[in-house]
Design a protein around this ligand. Sequence first.
Ligand code: ADP
Ligand code: MG
Length: 546
Amino acid sequence: MAETSQQPVIFLSEGTKRTKGRDAQRINIMIAKAVANAVRSTLGPKGMDKMIVDELGDVTISNDGATILEEMSIDHPIGKMMVEVAKTQDAEVGDGTTTAVVIAGGLLKGAEDLIDEEIHPTVIIKGYRFASKKAKEVLAEIAEPVTLKDKKMLKSIALTAMAGKVSEGVEELSDLVVTAITQVVDEEDGKITVDVDNVKVEKKQGSSLAETQLVQGIVIDKEIVHSGMPKKITDAKIALLDAALEIKETETDAKIEITSPDQMQAFLDQEEGMLRKMVEHVKKSGANFVVCQKGIDDLAQHFLAKEKIAAVRRVKKSDMDALVRATGGKIVARVEDLSASDLGKAQNAQEKKIAGDAMVFIEGCKNPKSVSLLIRGGSEHVIDEAERAVHDALMSTATAIKDGKIVSGGGSTEVEVAMRLREYAKTIGGREQLAIEAFADTLEEIPRTLAETAGMNPLDTLVSLRSMHIGKGGKYIGVNVLESKLSDMKALNVIEPLSVKTQAITSGTEVAEMILRIDDIIAGSSKGKGGMPPGGMPGGMGDMEM
Ligand code: ADP
Ligand code: MG
């Protein structure tokens, strides 16, 4: 720094707090570690759950890293970066969120130790980059192929993704997940694409997880609006309306003066006429089922019922979009514009009672690649966690099919990669070697944590794992948390998609690097709170100069 003048140059407004150099790094690392620690204990099937209560008293009980971090409403910018890691991981591959955050936290902890040994952050960053690249190469080498036909393997992937999140009914759920995903796979010129959005997930409290069903079509959590309408329509022609079947209130305050009963009647007749016209438009198009994103007036319902047209109203936008994909229909914004070519098609549209509530099932859609999973479960919390587990399982299976590559879980892959990284570190030498070794240690946080959740001694476990991986055929040995011993994870069917691992390394390394680059925290005081939650973050936040 070129601080030549004797007088300190003041360029910040009064009240602005500044923390520089080591102090800044230490604070940031501390926060990142605290966030990682908050989710660490949830890792794996024996991981603990977290209960988060928000200001309104709503309770979320989850084992899912991304969900926990999101619900925790973290305010600190570094904490938010860690939450972003989980979100990126979730968006890219849908699973491995806890893993990604644990890796980020581990890399920063490693960096802290190296900084204490006077190694400059830029050197650490360089070493981490080498290590990340090498780790991904090793992963690609040890990964094994999987194909669409490999149903048993795909089921193992679904089971591994759901492990710890649901217990009862997990076998049935993973079978359904695999059936659903393999059904929506698209294969064109040998290129496989899977659009997970084609599997709509709907939930209804009641019964048990094992009663979850796969519906060949779309399920909407709405009832048919009028009791006089047919409850079942075969050969459904579906109008998708983004328009209210109501008379719009005028925007301006208009007054209509009615001086005689005749005028009153004429006024009502006119309203009725307008609603009747709307229904006529629907009928003329040939539709026998109306899915309306907005409201439907009582009188319009009556007219529709008279025409034997069934209708549901106030349907969510996302459901409308799912119906577009499934039935091939178009969303129409003005009833007058509705024509036969806008209608979606399905073999059946009917109302069914599920746990006493009416739901609409639109089955046998034009696009057979649209299915719904209707999740059942005894309580709200069970069903919510099952939904997250199913999301992870759907994404994991889809990712594995797209990549065609899998690795074994339970920390086996991490130990193998760490071992190869340590060999590689020796070839690099210098101070970067230390950073690469710290990277290897970080990957071993995964088996170490799994061992802890299983009540095993983490250090002894790591020592045995390392020695078994040196031996022949040791590649798949990992932490069998259910039996608290070391086992061949491939034989145990603990299988994960390759990209879950590579993505966790990529996003974990990126955020660690970003945080390490910061050596100056400048916090303006104008907002009065400087982004600090009152006691919201664990771990020595009082040191923070903000
Ligand atoms: P994440 O959010 O990172 O996916 P999870 O809580 O889902 O976190 O835990 C994933 C970890 O648990 C992975 O390392 C995976 O290999 C491991 N795992 C899953 N099932 C088993 C099992 N039966 N035995 C040992 N480890 C398992
Ligand atoms: Mg997972």
